[in-house]
Unconditional design. Structure first.
Lengths: 329, 620
């Protein structure tokens, strides 16, 4: 099978990306993880639409509306929604309809202020994605640009950039994030900057190493001979060849950023006034010993699967893009 | 060197204490911790860590409680009367106050003796009689910089010449306690005269605090640094044995019998609903209990289990086991009731509030009377939007809503309901009159946004509290933007008047409404305690008049008028007053919750037979 594939590759001359995709497609676990990631992305987008809609209409969204009468309702599937009151004659159709609507009302129960856990979980997904995307947008460009420059120019520039990232790396991450949150104030902005400005170091190292390898390659020498500018050589010639590193880094960076956000919010130094998973876990902790587990379960399960899916997918992409694995088999 | 040795000894003590507790708890049956109680009445209770027994230095509740068993002051709180009032303890009568309210003359009871102690070298260890100089000495010790007393605020700039004494004590030489302080004079051996710089009608409250308890100079000179561990007082109990961080034991002061000193249980009872329970022993001689044994138990669940096994007479209720102890209608669960456990509830003298910055353009006071009225209506609307029932439900019924700026139990307390009961229609109406129909700010066309500053974000309880409050406000169309700060930043913002709204609380120092009313006095504006920067000339005038008035119906009336002004202007939304809950076993008699419980154990009694039977039945 594999030999056959390689044989066919040679015949058709697939690009690196197409080849990687075909390899990925045959990895069932990876495809399942991709599906999970797409599902989460859809949920996050839905959450964003709900959030924007309520912002636009200037009303309090339902996941923020409290109702102390509905405090700590268990998930509706535990409440036997199809049960009928004694002595009441109800048609089976009506019974089914009320049962289903009961099931839909609070599918994952309510929290200490009577808010729907399911909706808050969706909003938590939105926050997690926002954090993952924005921090990537901050960290990846910094890591890529500095890494390319350090690797390509070498000498003083390299020394300087290496000095910067070793300095950053030597500051304990959490303290750095705390310090940034102090400066810009608590909330999402602090989380974005805190995570974004600390997590580019790993990527920068990898890119620098790759660029150093590539800059002695004949195609770079050829570009030099053609008299192309440094900028063009770096970003048009070398970068596409090391871009797989960025992709792999991104898939590993994303869940790490999400976990960090949850952790920060749990400690009370992250997101405020929005239903982050970390805040849900922190709130749920109060009553866990009373047997009120659903809020904790919803947030932790949601976090667990997204992190797992991204990590597995990241590994699979790395394998698919690794040239040694491609020829080695 | 000596420091390290002390540290080592301290660690050793802690280790010993830990082992001892472990053994005590591992041992079977409650008897291990307890005496055989055939010939004396012993009370067992739990205490927080006691730091020291020097009346001048203690600042924490556990130490103050212990000190008040051993030492006594001129006045004390009446055990059963509410609102709280003061009765003479070592004084003969109320202080004689001069016309201008600046000179207090207090006669001291003759025949009060210090306990026997080796420090009384002249008498061969026999305790001597208490004289006026003992009180002067005690107050001078508070003023002495070298003692770093936690109680200096109570006397600072109040007594003539005391600040000069303090300044003199700040140099390197040993403090000269013979230095004259003009404001503290012993007219004769049993008459104390205090001269004030200006009227200070709160002075008697201050004299009930442990900072003003009689201290024998011989004891301080004799024990030096070790005075903190060797208390010598006149009180109902003396220290028998103290193992730091583990166990403390007090026994009846035999000096009382020896010198024929007789104290009695109060004859009258102001606590209506507890009339019979607290009225078993009127006019009987106190103390009833011979020995008090206390253990330091840090772990809340261990405390609770020890109470359930009858090893402690009393217990508080932590938030964690609240639901397991209290039913929804705020009564005890059946299983506890059957065991004879009784529940007491009383509001604390504390008010938590959401304060408005009265200098803010949107929520504050303005010069233009129309705009000022609009802003006031906005504040009132927000007060009306607080859903009392849901708020109480959220706090698990551990709070009540205040009825005004003066908490229950104080003179001037406003009877009747919450000033702004939950009424959404009324709130929306007020919003409309304030210029925000449905909460829409005409300037932006969107809902009005207000910023609420919060002191600490770490606790999920506080966060949920804020979220619930925000939702209350969103029901009248106001969007609350919470801003979480760390505590110093928060205080700094308030001090500089940069907080639009803020959430804060105030705990009473003494049961005089003046302590709360000063929070709205303009000259006290932040960084002083008037954090809201409330400004009202008429109010200030009344306050200046009332604060120097002696306790009187006229003053109560002034207090009420001031309270009404605050309610009308609403610089605060009165959020909540925590409720104190306490449990005790039925065999502990005469137990009343007191906001200032210092020295009150002398009124308690233990029904030893009842306890023995209970332990036989349940104590396993």
């Amino acid at each position: 099978m594999t030999t056959h594939a390689i044989h066919r590759d040679k015949q058709t001359g697939k690009s690196l990306w197409a080849d990687a995709w075909s390899r990925l497609r045959h990895n069932r676990l990876a495809m399942f993880c991709l599906l999970v990631v797409i599902l989460y992305t859809g949920v996050a987008m839905y959450g964003e639409i709900v959030y924007r809609w309520h912002q636009w209409h200037d009303v309090t969204p339902p996941y923020q509306r409290t109702n102390m009468e509905l405090q700590y309702l268990p998930p509706s599937f535990l409440l036997s929604p199809f049960a009928v009151d004694d002595g009441e004659e109800v048609s089976s159709l009506k019974q089914a309809v009320t049962g289903i609507s009961n099931l839909m009302r609070h599918p994952l129960g309510t929290d200490g202020l009577g808010r729907d856990v399911f909706q808050r979980m969706i909003q938590g997904t939105r926050i997690a994605y926002m954090v993952g995307i924005v921090t990537s947008l901050i960290a990846l460009p910094i890591g890529v640009v500095l890494g390319c420059m350090a690797g390509y120019f070498g000498r003083r520039v390299d020394d300087f950039i290496v000095w910067i990232y070793t300095t950053f790396a030597s500051i304990p991450g959490l303290l750095f994030i705390l310090a940034i949150a102090m400066v810009v104030g608590q909330g999402l902005l602090g989380v974005y900057l805190g995570i974004g400005l600390t997590m580019w170091v790993g990527l920068c190292r990898l890119i620098r190493g790759e660029v150093i390898k590539h800059k002695e390659r004949p195609y770079v020498t050829a570009a030099h001979a053609l008299g192309l500018g440094h900028f063009r050589i770096i970003f048009r010639h070398i970068l596409p060849n090391v871009f797989h590193v960025v992709i792999v880094s991104f898939t590993l960076f994303f869940p790490a950023a999400i976990s960090t956000e949850v952790f920060l919010s749990f400690l009370g130094i992250g997101v405020e006034g929005e239903p982050s998973w970390g805040i849900m876990i922190s709130n749920a902790r109060l009553r866990l010993w009373h047997g009120i587990w659903w809020e904790m379960a919803a947030a932790t399960t949601a976090l667990f699967f997204i992190v797992l899916a991204f990590n597995l997918l990241g590994d699979a992409i790395r394998d698919a893009l690794d040239p040694r694995l491609r020829t080695g088999k | 060197m000596s420091h390290s040795r002390r540290t080592y000894r301290f660690i050793l003590w802690r280790a010993t204490a830990a082992c001892a507790i472990a053994f005590a708890l591992a041992g079977c049956g409650g008897k291990d911790l307890q005496y055989d109680t055939d010939d004396e009445v012993v009370m067992y209770s739990e205490t927080n860590r006691i730091r020291g027994l020097d009346p001048v230095k203690a600042g924490d509740v556990a130490s103050s409680l212990a000190i008040a068993r051993i030492y006594e002051g001129l006045y004390e709180y009446h055990y059963l009367d509410r609102p709280y009032r003061i009765t003479p303890l070592l004084a003969v009568d109320k202080p004689e106050v001069s016309e201008n309210g600046m000179v207090y003359t207090i006669r001291i009871r003759p025949g009060i003796y210090f306990q026997d102690d080796p420090c009384f070298v002249d008498t061969g260890g026999k305790g001597r009689e208490v004289v006026a100089d003992d009180f002067i000495y005690a107050i001078k010790r508070v003023a002495d910089v070298k003692n770093a007393s936690t109680g200096w605020w109570a006397f600072n700039d109040r007594i003539v010449g005391l600040n000069a004494f303090r300044d003199a004590s700040s140099d390197g030489t040993p403090t000269d306690y013979d230095m004259e302080v003009e404001g503290l004079q012993a007219l004769d051996s049993h008459t104390l005269q205090i001269k004030l710089k200006r009227p200070y009608p709160q002075l008697p409250w201050i004299l009930t605090m442990h900072y003003a308890y009689a201290v024998a100079r011989e004891a301080v000179d004799f024990y030096g640094e070790e005075f903190v561990n060797n208390p010598v007082g006149t009180g109902p109990y003396v220290l028998e044995n103290w193992q730091r961080n583990y166990r403390i034991e007090f026994v009846r002061n035999t000096k009382w019998d020896e010198t024929g000193r007789i104290e009695t249980y109060p004859a009258e009872n102001g606590l209506e609903n507890n009339k019979t329970r607290l009225h078993r022993d009127p006019n009987k001689q106190i103390p009833f209990i011979d020995r008090i044994v206390q253990y330091v138990v840090r772990d809340r669940s261990t405390q609770w289990l020890m109470f359930l096994r009858g090893q402690f007479e009393t217990s508080g209720i932590s938030r964690d086991n609240f639901d397991a102890v209290i039913t929804e209608d705020r009564a005890l669960t059946d299983s506890l009731r059957k065991k004879g456990v009784e529940l007491l509830t009383a509001p604390a003298m504390t008010i938590f509030y959401i304060g408005f910055n009265m200098e803010d353009n949107v929520v504050g006071q303005l010069d233009d009377p129309d705009l000022d009225l609009q802003n006031r209506r906005l504040r009132q609307a927000m007060a009306h939007a607080m859903h009392t029932e849901e708020w109480i439900e959220f706090f698990n019924h551990q709070i009540t809503r205040p009825t005004g700026p003066i908490p229950e139990g104080m003179d001037g307390y406003r009877e009747g309901g919450i000033p702004y009961p939950y009424d959404l229609n009324r709130a929306r109406e007020l919003m409309e009159k304030a210029g925000y129909p449905n909460g829409i700010d005409p300037e932006t066309g969107r809902r009005l946004q207000l910023t609420l500053e919060i002191g600490a974000a770490e606790s999920p309880e506080i966060r949920q509290q804020v979220e619930l409050f925000s939702d209350f406000m969103s029901r009248i169309g106001i969007v609350i933007r919470p801003s979480y700060n760390n505590w110093p930043t928060f205080l700094d913002k308030i001090a500089r008047g940069q907080a639009q709204m803020f959430s804060l609380g105030w705990v009473a120092d003494y049961p005089d409404a003046e302590n709360f009313l000063q929070l709205f006095y303009w000259p006290n504006r932040s960084p002083g305690p008037n954090h809201a920067r409330y400004r009202n000339r008429e109010y200030d005038r009344l306050y200046e008049k009332a604060r120097v008035m002696p306790i009187s119906p006229e003053r109560s009336e002034l207090y009420q008028r001031m309270s009404d002004m605050i309610i009308e202007d609403s610089p605060w939304i009165f959020s909540h007053t925590p409720l104190n809950y306490a449990l005790h076993h039925a065999w502990l008699e005469n137990y009343a919750l007191h906001a200032f419980p210092y020295g009150m154990e002398k009124y308690l009694n233990v029904n030893v037979d009842m306890r023995r039977k209970w332990l036989e039945q349940y104590g396993r």
